[in-house]
Design a protein around this ligand. Structure first.
Ligand SMILES: [Zn+2]
Length: 320
């Protein structure tokens, strides 16, 4: 009988739940408020209701065999969310164990970028690849590294935090407490910070000058760049330059076949891609030049549950 999995994507704002089969077909997807500022038990009781309703409506006559979960700061080894920022759920959140109890099914969790990497390998741009890196460029920068067809998890389950490699030891302060981390440059937030620095340095007119930091979005910056705004164009150029340099560093560690750029910043398309590839190629060690693909993930964000689904097939149901 065809196997299905329950796939859960826990975000800081929304949680998405659905049933997914091996072909990536989704049924009964539900989206609701996570309640990250409310107690963890409230999240669990809501999740329990949503899953019961989902299985009542769509689960009849199908074999639901496992649960895959993607969530911020999740450790695959321990099954816990560890110090998730923007959540009031404590410093060690027993997410896998709690969901296993609710569903009475084997459950695997991973951080959202790692789940996205397995999702790209199973359903997306990395099909057929065994060595690649997914970078999720959103509010922050997450990364999932696949080596020899397996997620690189490391000694403690925390491998691949490329958002916190150093770009400039005297640079921008990071939320993690360090200074000059990559995610403060190559993310939607980083792009906005670059725009604000350029506004204070450049004399050119710009439609972005009268917008507050909180109101400014990545989409606005991309639109301004498309209409020739010099500050917006320069901001994308600098973002790509920093990102490409660090991708070249990463290539020296891993020799990947591809980098896949996902998340909100990826929507800027060639505005981001062109300077990123130029900078990566310029800084690559000769052994890798011209050999690494850089692609923008085309998966709609509505399909955020495909990563967690792929995780369950891959790690719990022997799917390869
Ligand atoms: Zn940092």
């Amino acid at each position: 009988m065809e196997k299905w999995v329950l796939a859960i994507d826990v975000g800081g704002t929304f949680t998405k739940v659905g049933l997914v089969n091996e072909e990536g077909q989704i049924i009964g997807e539900k989206v609701y408020d996570t309640g990250a500022k409310q107690p963890f038990d409230d999240f669990l009781s809501k999740l329990k209701d949503v899953i019961a309703e989902l299985l009542r409506t769509h689960g009849k006559g199908i074999d639901v065999a496992a649960v895959g979960v993607g969530a911020p700061n999740s450790n695959m080894h321990t099954g816990e969310m560890e110090d998730p920022p923007n959540f009031n759920w404590g410093s060690r959140v027993p997410l896998a164990k709690s969901i296993e109890v609710i569903c009475n099914l084997p459950t695997v969790i991973a951080n959202d970028a790692n789940a996205a990497a397995i999702g790209e390998m199973t359903y997306g741009l990395a099909r057929g690849m065994k060595n690649f890196v997914v970078l999720t460029l959103g509010t922050g920068l997450g990364s999932g590294i696949v080596i020899n067809g397996k997620l690189l998890t490391g000694e403690n389950g925390m491998a691949g935090e490329l958002g916190h490699v150093n770009v400039d030891p005297y640079g921008r302060k990071c939320n993690c407490g360090l200074t000059g981390c990559l995610e403060n440059y190559a993310s939607v937030t980083g792009l906005k910070r670059t725009v604000f620095e350029l506004i204070s340095e450049m004399r050119e007119e710009s439609s972005l000058k009268n917008i507050s930091f909180n109101d400014l979005t990545g989409v606005m910056i991309a639109e301004a760049a498309h209409s020739g705004d010099p500050i917006a164009l320069k901001a994308f150029e600098l973002t790509g330059k920093v990102l490409g340099t660090k991708m070249a560093d990463t290539a020296a560690h891993l020799d990947p076949e591809a980098f896949i750029l996902a998340g909100g910043l990826g929507k800027a398309g060639d505005l981001l891609l062109n300077p990123t590839i130029a900078s990566m190629e310029k800084n690559l060690f000769i052994a890798y030049k011209g050999k690494i693909q850089v692609k923008i993930s085309t998966a709609p964000s509505a399909h955020a549950i495909l990563g967690p689904a792929a995780l369950a097939f891959h790690y719990l149901l022997d799917h390869s």
